[in-house]
Design a protein around this ligand. Structure first.
Ligand SMILES: CC(C)=CCC/C(C)=C/CC/C(C)=C/CC/C(C)=C/[C@@H]1[C@@H](COP(=O)(O)OP(=O)(O)O)[C@]1(C)CC/C=C(\C)CC/C=C(\C)CCC=C(C)C
Ligand SMILES: [Mn+2]
Length: 329
């Protein structure tokens, strides 16, 4: 349970269950005694620190106001994802998602239903943003409810946009804003350039990486996110995948998937220079670290069935100088 200290809440030993409780949908009527704005942001920080070691590191490199805003967005996204991916996912129905979407509409109307909403409402006040990417993410979770196969890459790409490209758009609203009028965001040849496509590309790249890392785990849940047209092209069957067959066909298929994901990272990279200077380092850090999972898959000889690809802590910290160098451009 989170415990109060002088001005913030700290994590205690049972913080994981406390965090996971924070992720559940409110079961009864809206609470009346909601968290203060400070407490609400602290809950969002705890959720981010607990569930997203990579992104949390990135946010620590941001100015305080932006960092808090990203935690609020993270907490909302995590809660949304948890509805179809978390411990209580089996209870999630179309109605649950409709209720969650209603709660989203209330947030944008300035009416919190539970504690983490308080932080998101405050974030939306400081960093005005569009509700549509949030709605689109819920539409992505709806896809997860009723399908477990993707025939073509185009279909998978829509899913990736909805569950992850949308995060790029939400983050853009925070990462690009400057309080300094001399430091106008996205000025390119005198014209305002908003790197939306690049932000979406980073989300898609990360989601594709996530899919490659989790092939084995997803197969155990009866899910295949790799496009079936790709399996066919490499003469690899669904049964092979379910049995975790690693052979030349699998290696070729995985090399193809990794190349595609790297292309999306590449497209995203071109957009980072248009972000406000203080946002470039955290984005480069997150990009390099998440892309590192692809290298880890290669080092594991493409065995995503019995090994989980991850970037070790030492490698995480040693990639900071490279991220810093790239952020200078
Ligand atoms: C600084 C920074 C990178 C901020 C973004 C942090 C943020 C708000 C993350 C939300 C992530 C989230 C919970 C999304 C819900 C759906 C989901 C789980 C997507 C997958 C994330 C990784 O999660 P994890 O490895 O924990 O997965 P499991 O559920 O445990 O399997 C995703 C792979 C997608 C995340 C997508 C992004 C962070 C978008 C990145 C784009 C930008 C920050 C825009 C940058 C701007 C330009 C111009 C390039
Ligand atoms: Mn997930």
């Amino acid at each position: 349970m989170a415990k109060k200290t002088t001005d913030c809440l700290v994590l205690t030993t049972d913080s994981i269950s406390s965090c996971s409780r924070m992720l559940q949908l409110p079961k009864s009527k809206p609470k009346t005694n909601l968290a203060s704005v400070t407490e609400a942001y602290e809950y969002c920080r705890q959720i981010t620190a607990e569930y997203a070691k990579t992104f949390y590191l990135g946010t620590l490199l941001m100015p305080k106001e932006k960092r808090k805003a990203i935690w609020a967005i993270y907490a909302w996204c995590r809660r949304t994802d948890e509805l179809v991916d978390g411990v209580e996912a089996k209870d999630t129905t179309i109605e649950t998602l409709a209720q969650w979407e209603q709660q989203l509409e209330s947030i944008f109307a300035g009416e919190p239903t539970d504690d983490t909403d308080v932080a998101l409402i405050d974030t939306i006040k400081s960093f005005p943003m569009d509700i549509q990417p949030f709605r689109d993410m819920i539409a992505g979770q709806r896809m997860d409810l009723h399908r477990n196969r993707y025939e073509t890459f185009e279909e998978l790409k829509l899913y990736c946009y909805r569950v992850a490209g949308t995060v790029g758009l939400m983050s853009n609203a925070i990462l690009g804003i400057s309080n300094n009028q001399n430091n106008v965001p996205w000025e390119k040849d005198g014209q305002t350039y908003i790197p939306k496509e690049e932000a979406i590309s980073l989300g898609i790249a990360m989601q594709l990486t996530n899919i490659l890392r989790d092939v084995g785990e997803d197969a155990q849940r009866g899910r295949i996110y790799l496009p079936l047209e790709d399996l066919k092209a490499f003469n690899y069957t669904e049964q092979d995948l379910m049995q975790g067959v690693i052979d030349e066909r699998w290696l070729a298929l995985m090399r193809f998937q990794i190349k595609r994901a790297r292309n999306y990272y590449h497209q995203a990279e071109a957009g980072i220079r248009y972000l406000i200077r203080d946002s470039r380092l955290p984005v480069w850090t997150s990009l390099i670290l998440y892309q590192g999972i692809l290298n880890a898959i290669e080092q594991n000889q493409y065995d995503v069935f019995s090994k989980r690809a991850f970037v070790p802590k030492v490698a995480k910290f040693s990639s900071l100088p490279l991220a810093w160098l790239r952020a200078q451009i």
